[in-house]
Design a protein around this ligand. Sequence first.
Ligand SMILES: [Zn+2]
Length: 157
Amino acid sequence: MSSKESLPAGPNPSEPGETSPLHSIAQFTHGYEEEGRLLGYACRSCGFHTLTYLLVCPRCGEPHSLEDHPFSGEGRVLSYTLQYVPSDEFVNEAPYAYALIELAEGVRTSGWLPAVKRAEDLAVGDRVVWTKSYRSGLVFERSPEGGGGPRARGPDV
Ligand SMILES: [Zn+2]
């Protein structure tokens, strides 16, 4: 049986008066899969950005102040490693790059780049863009405007 009921407003029955839109996996997945956008949150009090829903803004301390905020998906690689022995879920993708990425909004996140098969194909500082994918996790690819050559402006190693 597949009763398609709407989800409750939030998993927080301890606050009957509060009906703030708590993070729901369904919402996130919808934005992610249906609309092809990277959905994060922004604090309406201080502008703090995050990809993770939090009950209290860690910067200004305002409770229930985080609202949906679509991210641009653009970022740059801060660090990365090549995964040759991944977990079961990614076994068919290896090798790939697992990267620490700073998004244009200043938020740091981890993600992976399935197209990167060799260390020479990516460099710290490379521009990347989040891409909609059926795969798990945050999938990125090198930004088309990130430069022509693989090592166009690589850092001194
Ligand atoms: Zn705040």
